[in-house]
Design a protein around this ligand. Structure first.
Ligand SMILES: Nc1nc2c(ncn2[C@@H]2O[C@H](COP(=O)(O)OP(=O)(O)OP(=O)(O)O)[C@@H](O)[C@H]2O)c(=O)[nH]1
Ligand SMILES: [Mg+2]
Length: 464
């Protein structure tokens, strides 16, 4: 039997960017031609996509690490590296994606709630390829002897939670037998008892018809009159029913201890659904008269069938105790679910949730935090600035001087001065340390080529 997995934690990492190339043209009789090192390719992204064909997160149960392909390195003769391929992970509709806090492994914030077929979000962008030395040519620096390294992609943990997105929801008054039915038609083992509100949270189960077609059913805590205004426990679950295409409306044919009337119960629940949301009342429904094993229920069953059919709904008499009528109910539900699924809009990969999240991420990325770690040692952190550092080839003086120049362009020195650094203090970025050389002075690197380096894309200036 199929188990139901609805929450998992996975580790995702985009592909690293390929390194830019440092190379010079070679031609006969030319001792040293111009620079011709191409850029590294960008790493692939890890993307999460909502797929209406899936009904569980079972694919993520045993495999937890997902990596996109890296970009290849740039080469001489202006050859660019190839971009890495994206890795697309498919999840069921109704999956919420959250960032997990790196230390506590608890949800930090929501990245996306994927409810539309084909909706997607990039959860781990690939690293950008490093630029080749052709980009660092300026009128005064004709032969830049350095290139950028590729950007390492970040790795992080995310949570995937499949919210109740059952194909069919079992709805009805307390104790009518909703949990008993789900237990009988699936592997779910909910608590069953003869007092109202036994079910406190929805139970999900995968039901399978004899021909193999399956659907996800959920039983929802019992609804009572006034539920739409918050009475009973069912109110908060009406929200979940809203996400469900088909309602299996369960009615107790015995009328319970109070000797209620089946048709009245049926109307009460429909009124509550309508009061909660207009649209819920017109949602496709199959009406289920349960406990037909009990004596003297035929009359109630006949009246309920008439009421249901008058409303345009199909009707089934069943017994969760003997199993009578359940095969027919499951087969019809599978058919209706398949019809409703096929009416869903086709997957549209343009439904992209990445933009908003990506914008937020970039804003965070550009923030620079300066904290004092010791009396004369300070840490500078921030996504973008840390990347500048790791993309630098530290064995190459020219590359290091270029980094210095970039720091000045983003106003790091002013920031450090404001934070209270004194000349000679240590500045730490990731595993690297520099000496703070005091208040901003002449631009040691860029002073003589101020406007010449327009090919250099600057931090904070590349509008997006
Ligand atoms: N005779 C008979 N009793 C049933 C049948 N289905 C359920 N019951 C009994 O009805 C009582 C309530 O069943 P549940 O399945 O817990 O009902 P529920 O609708 O999930 O109730 P809540 O979770 O409280 O809303 C239990 O005592 C069941 O044994 C049936 O088909 N025939
Ligand atoms: Mg129940």
């Amino acid at each position: 039997m199929e188990t139901f997995t609805d929450l998992c934690h996975i580790n995702v990492k985009g592909g690293d960017g390929g390194a830019g190339c440092m190379s010079f043209r070679r031609e006969a009789y030319v001792p040293k031609g111009g620079p011709d090192g191409g850029d590294g390719g960008d790493g692939g992204d890890v993307i999460i996509e909502a797929d209406p064909q899936l009904s569980s997160l079972i694919d993520f149960r045993y495999k937890h690490h997902f990596r996109a392909e890296r970009g290849t390195h740039g080469e001489g003769a202006r050859r660019y590296g190839r971009d890495g391929r994206d890795l697309v992970l498919r999840v069921p509709l109704g999956t919420v994606v959250r960032e997990l806090d790196a230390t506590t492994q608890t949800p930090a914030y929501e990245i996306a709630d994927l409810t539309q077929p084909g909706e997607r979000v990039v959860v781990a962008p690939g690293g950008v390829g490093g630029r080749g030395n052709i980009h660092f040519v300026t009128p005064i620096r004709r032969a830049p002897a350095f290139a950028e390294k590729g950007e390492p992609a970040l790795e992080h943990w995310i949570e995937l939670e499949m919210k109740l997105m059952a194909d069919a929801a079992l709805v009805g008054m307390p104790s009518v037998g909703k949990s008993s039915i789900i237990a009988r038609i699936s592997a779910a083992r909910p608590k069953i008892a003869d007092y109202p509100f036994t079910t406190l949270v929805p139970n999900l189960g995968v039901a399978r018809a004899s021909d193999g077609r399956s659907f996800v059913a959920a039983d929802v805590p019992g609804l009572i009159e006034g539920a739409s205004e918050g009475r009973g426990l069912g109110h908060q679950f009406l929200r979940h029913i809203e996400r469900t295409a088909l309602i299996l409306h369960v009615v107790d044919l015995t009328g319970g201890y109070e000797g209620r009337d089946a048709v009245e119960d049926y109307r009460t629940i429909n009124a509550e659904l309508a009061a909660y949301a207009e649209d819920l009342a017109s949602r496709p429904q199959i009406v289920v008269g349960n406990k037909c094993d009990m004596p003297d229920t035929e009359d109630q069953a006949r009246r309920l069938r008439e009421a249901a059919e008058a409303d345009g709904h199909q009707y089934f008499s069943v017994s969760a105790v003997t199993g009578k009528g359940l095969d027919a109910l499951v087969a019809m539900t599978a058919t209706r679910v398949a019809e409703l699924r096929s009416e869903l809009p086709a997957a549209d990969p343009r439904q992209d949730r990445t933009e908003r999240w990506e914008r937020d991420r970039r804003t965070r990325d550009r923030e620079i935090t300066i904290t004092r770690e010791e009396r004369h040692a300070w840490r500078v952190s921030g996504g973008a600035i840390e990347r500048m550092v790791v993309q630098t080839d530290w064995d190459n003086d020219e590359a290091v001087a270029f980094l210095q120049h970039r720091f000045e362009r983003i106003g790091l020195d002013e920031r450090l001065e404001k934070a209270g650094l004194e000349t000679g203090d240590e500045v730490r970025i990731l595993g690297f340390a520099f000496d703070y050389e005091g208040a901003p002075s002449e631009d040691a690197y860029g002073a003589d080529n101020d406007r010449g380096d327009s090919v250099i894309e600057e931090f904070g200036e590349d509008d997006d």
